[in-house]
Design a binder for this molecule. Structure first.
Ligand SMILES: Nc1nc2c(c(=O)[nH]1)N[C@H]1C(S)=C(S)[C@@H](COP(=O)(O)OP(=O)(O)OC[C@H]3O[C@@H](n4cnc5c(N)ncnc54)[C@H](O)[C@@H]3O)O[C@H]1N2
Ligand code: MOO
Length: 404
């Protein structure tokens, strides 16, 4: 079977999926989601002229000199819903955020006065237009405050909330189900007979999916028969999943349950990708538009496949970027790699005077979980390269964030 270039394989997956249908979500619950429509301000911001300082609202012309004394008409606290009026020759004591009385054209901060409550003495002449935050100077009602396609971050929340909509139309977070396959698998805490191992891939893939910003709705496991796989897939889809990730059973052994369940049908295509780890892959759309990613069983192969192929496709479903957040780093200690397949190497990053440095972390075996825990990034090494040497520039993606 011909080896596919990783980029071609990834494109095949991202092109086969689509953004989920938009839904309305409370503005307070939309962190990390992508706007399906622009957000239009229902109200101007600020909503009214208000004071930027604690002090006195006056007409500047009434405070022409240092030493001017004016009677204080009252106090305007923040939240005052009265429509106050300033009579010429008087002052209102005013607090930060309080509405400026009609007729006042400036605010003198309290530090420049004697702070009086019945009458107030000013230390210097007042300038017009000081310390007033004008209605609409930030946002005007009807303005587009956020464009469709914006992924909501904390910095967007104030304007989103203040703009006055209780809900926003967003693309929901894809719901993911994870299924591990293999008769040898047991759960953490179970007694292991000789030949059995703990299922590490299902918990790892669930963690990867959550780390990348998706929701996990089901974690299942299947034995090594086609019937068991099909039953597990049905359970995952009953759990409300938008996408299913399986691990194991996609290579050349005598018991390859994913292949047994789907090979020969038209739904899942099994491929070999020119990448190490992560060569054997399966993907297809099953039933009613359900993407199924069939990843290799070796734990590191599974992790690399998630970062390289599954996460970009799930991001497409979430309306997010397909791009992986590659950074450029300079190799500080070299390593050998076997040519023919792109190597996705486990590495550690360091910061040095020249920028980001990168060194290998552990061996290349796809079963090495201890070493994986010490790597904090993956480095892309082209298929044509057989030796990476100190000083080479390589692309790396951090394993700490969302990979995008
Ligand atoms: N004759 C060949 N053998 C293999 C080939 C090949 O091309 N020809 N490819 C190798 C490569 S590369 C990979 S990667 C693996 C992929 O194997 P499968 O996807 O079929 O996965 P399994 O055989 O089920 O398991 C492989 C390995 O990983 C362990 N495993 C599986 N699931 C889990 C889990 N949930 N948690 C922890 N560990 C798991 C499993 O016990 C095996 O050791 O195939 C190579 N073989
Ligand atoms: O492709 Mo396998 O993932 O090399 O170990």
């Amino acid at each position: 079977m011909e080896l596919l270039a990783p980029s071609d394989y990834s494109a095949r997956l991202t092109e086969a999926v689509a953004a989920l249908p938009a839904v309305d979500v409370a503005v307070t619950d939309c962190l990390g989601l992508v706007l399906a429509e622009p957000v239009i301000a229902r109200a101007s911001l600020p909503g009214f002229d208000n004071s930027a300082m604690d002090g006195y609202a006056v007409r500047a012309q009434d405070v022409p000199d240092a030493g001017t004394v004016l009677p204080v008409a009252g106090v305007v606290p923040a939240g005052d819903t009265r429509r106050n009026r300033l009579e010429p020759g008087t002052a209102w004591q005013i607090m930060t955020g309080a509405p400026v009385p009609d007729g006042a054209d400036t605010v003198v901060q309290v530090e420049l006065t004697d702070g009086g409550t019945d009458e107030v003495r000013f230390e210097r002449a007042a300038e017009p237009g000081v310390s007033i935050r004008r209605a609409g100077e930030d946002v005007s009602a009807g303005d587009e405050v956020l464009a469709a396609g914006t992924r909501i971050a904390a910095r967007h929340v104030p304007v989103l909330v203040a703009a006055g909509s209780a809900t926003v139309r967003v693309i929901p977070r894809p719901k993911v189900a994870v299924i591990s396959t293999g008769d040898e698998l047991r759960s953490v805490g179970d007694e292991l007979a000789y030949g059995q191992i703990i299922d590490t891939n299902a918990p790892m893939l669930a963690a990867l999916a959550r780390q990348a910003g998706f929701e996990v709705v089901h974690i299942g496991r299947s034995g090594d028969t086609a019937e068991a796989v099909l039953a597990a897939v049905e359970q995952a889809s009953d759990a409300g999943a938008d996408a299913i990730i399986t691990t194991g059973g996609v290579s050349a052994g005598a018991f390859e349950p994913l292949k047994a369940a789907f090979e020969g049908g038209s739904e899942i295509t099994f491929s070999k990708v020119a990448m190490q780890p992560g060569k054997p892959q399966g993907f297809g759309i099953i039933g009613d538009r359900m993407p199924l990613f069939a990843l290799p069983g070796n734990p590191v192969s599974s992790l690399v496949s998630f970062v390289m192929f599954v996460a970009p496709a799930l991001r497409t479903m979430a309306g997010r970027t397909t791009d992986i957040a590659w950074l450029s780093a300079r190799v500080t200690k070299g390593w050998r790699t076997s040519p023919g397949r792109a190597q996705i190497a486990r590495v550690r990053l360091s910061q040095n005077d020249h920028g980001l440095g990168v060194a290998p972390s552990g061996g290349p075996g796809s079963h090495l979980m201890g070493g994986l825990a010490h790597a904090d990034a993956l480095a892309w090494i082209d298929a044509s390269v057989d030796e990476v040497t100190a000083g080479d520039e390589v692309r790396v993606v951090s394993l700490e964030g969302e990979f995008a």
